[in-house]
Design a protein around this ligand. Structure first.
Ligand code: PHB
Length: 485
């Protein structure tokens, strides 16, 4: 039996390696699937250049629609809905409501995977914008998952998604120092003995005026965090496990651990914040310890194939094209070494998938034809070499660059964010090559159905929205050729 298991492993590994060997190679200056050198100088891989037939979206049009085994699930297609904060949960209870259930139901498709917005595992974990005035003016909250009431509300969401044949993972987040002590004033938290924010790996606060501080625009400065004591780490891991248990009770197909974008886990990973001298600081292995311990605890709670992880290894400077790692001012002195360790470490766990976010460059316009983010389709390609499981990419993909990344074997699936907001039936539209409805940035956050559940499905009237042809996305950048995306 043991021998058979070992043999299976060897055969699976060999198959995987063969598959990797069949990937298109650079062949110009190296043999990588994506050429690092060219990527640095021209900001993209040479095999991604025009003329290869890959980016025209025709030669590989069914790349999205090959089934994919993801943990315990078999997905019918590779168009995943990315986690996106929408700030529409109930203000009093931090629970999703019926509108949120409708929102996710609209976006569910047979055999398609949705990932929820970031769901906070405790009051301590809730982000700064919970009490950020400009957001709350419109009303709405970020959702949580630490009470039975919240679990029951999420169960309604899950049931609606499952009823359409869809699958859904719950993203779990602790924001660490991206939080404010004022959460203590919320009636839901007041007079409880809930631990309060902000906490982090160290007492280094966010420098909002720092050029790398992610351009904060809050109406009050962030508060300096308290370094978690070594003995408190187990309590935080326990909070993750508690949320995962509630996610299971709600019926979620799995959980995604948010270990990206400058939140608590990245505050431990990166030496720009982590100055600890205990077992969670110092060496790269020590800084990755919290990540590994949480993943191990979640897998122990939920079982094989029901846990996934999101990392953000790369950030590209729009001016220089150079890599720099900065989300909420979190950075590392050697991000390539750090993330190679973190990504390789994930091979030790039976994850459903690992998701990497591609850096977003610019990317704040409402005109997708001119969106600079789309000029950088794949920055994390090297990590494909380091991770053996299902790898999902997210961030700034167009339908064409997403198909290319899947066809080239860089990513197994692509998570779309903004296009899923404005196209509840995105998989059907990508399959048929139908124009996409353009998202409206002003209604991304805050309460109400506008910009949330009112985007039209196929054949429904467009109303105040407009559409864009799929092949026009990201192609009208000043000085950019259509085939140069
Ligand atoms: C994220 O960028 O991952 C993110 C943004 C807003 C949130 C949570 C997560 O509320």
């Amino acid at each position: 039996m043991l021998l058979l298991g070992l043999l299976n492993c060897v055969v699976a590994r060999k198959g995987f390696l063969q598959m990797r060997q069949n990937l298109p190679r650079c062949g110009i200056c190296c043999s990588r699937p994506v050429c690092r050198k060219r990527q640095r100088s021209s900001r993209k891989c040479c095999v991604m250049q025009a003329g290869t037939g890959i980016l025209d979206g025709t030669t590989v049009s069914d790349a999205f629609f090959t089934p994919l085994k993801v943990g315990t699930l078999t997905l019918a297609h590779r168009i995943v809905m990315a986690p996106m904060t929408r700030i529409r949960a109930d203000e009093a209870t931090f629970a999703p409501d019926d509108l949120t259930a409708l929102y996710y139901e609209q976006r569910a498709s047979e055999g398609g995977l949705l990932i929820t917005e970031a769901v906070h595992i405790s009051p301590e974990a809730t982000p700064i914008w919970t009490i950020y005035q400009r957001v709350t003016e419109k009303g709405g909250q970020v959702p949580g998952l630490w009470t039975t009431q919240q679990m029951l509300a999420w169960r309604k969401v899950v049931q609606r998604v499952h009823a359409k044949g869809g699958r859904i993972f719950c993203q779990l987040l602790h924001t660490g120092r991206v939080a404010q002590p004022d959460i203590a004033l919320h009636p839901f938290v007041k007079d409880t003995d809930a631990p309060l924010p902000p906490v982090s790996s160290s007492n280094r606060g966010i420098d909002a005026s720092d050029e790398q501080g992610n351009q904060y625009n809050w109406d009050k400065p962030s508060s300096p965090p308290r370094a978690l004591a070594t003995h408190e780490v187990a309590r935080v891991i326990g909070d993750y496990v508690h949320a995962a248990r509630l996610a299971h009770q709600a019926g979620f197909d799995g959980v995604e651990l948010h270990a990206a974008h400058g939140y608590l886990i990245e505050q431990f990973l990166n030496d720009g914040v982590n100055d600890r001298t205990d077992a969670y600081g110092g060496t790269v292995a020590n800084r990755c310890r919290l990540l590994k311990e949480i993943v191990a605890a979640l897998v122990a709670e939920l079982g094989d194939g029901r846990v996934s992880v999101r990392l953000s290894p790369t950030h590209i400077d729009p001016e220089t094209g150079q890599s720099r790692q900065t989300y909420f001012g979190v950075g590392d002195s050697a991000p390539e070494v750090l993330y190679a360790h973190a990504v390789e470490a994930m091979n030790a766990y039976p994850l459903a998938y690992l998701m990497l976010t591609e850096p977003r460059v610019g990317g704040l316009s409402d005109a997708p034809e001119q969106e600079r983010a789309y000029a950088y389709p794949v920055a994390n390609a090297d990590y494909r070499e380091m991770y053996d499981g299902v790898l999902i990419g997210a961030g700034g993909f167009t339908p064409a660059t997403a198909r290319a990344a899947i066809s080239m074997g860089i990513y197994d699936a692509i998570a779309f964010g903004r296009w899923f907001i404005s196209n509840p039936d995105l998989p059907a539209r990508l399959k048929a090559g139908i124009d996409l409805t353009v998202y409206e940035r002003a209604t991304f956050y805050g309460a109400g159905s506008e910009g949330y559940t009112d985007y039209p499905t196929l054949n429904a009237p467009l109303g105040r929205y407009r559409q864009v042809a799929q092949h026009d996305i990201g192609v009208r950048l000043p000085g950019t050729q259509k085939d140069n995306i």
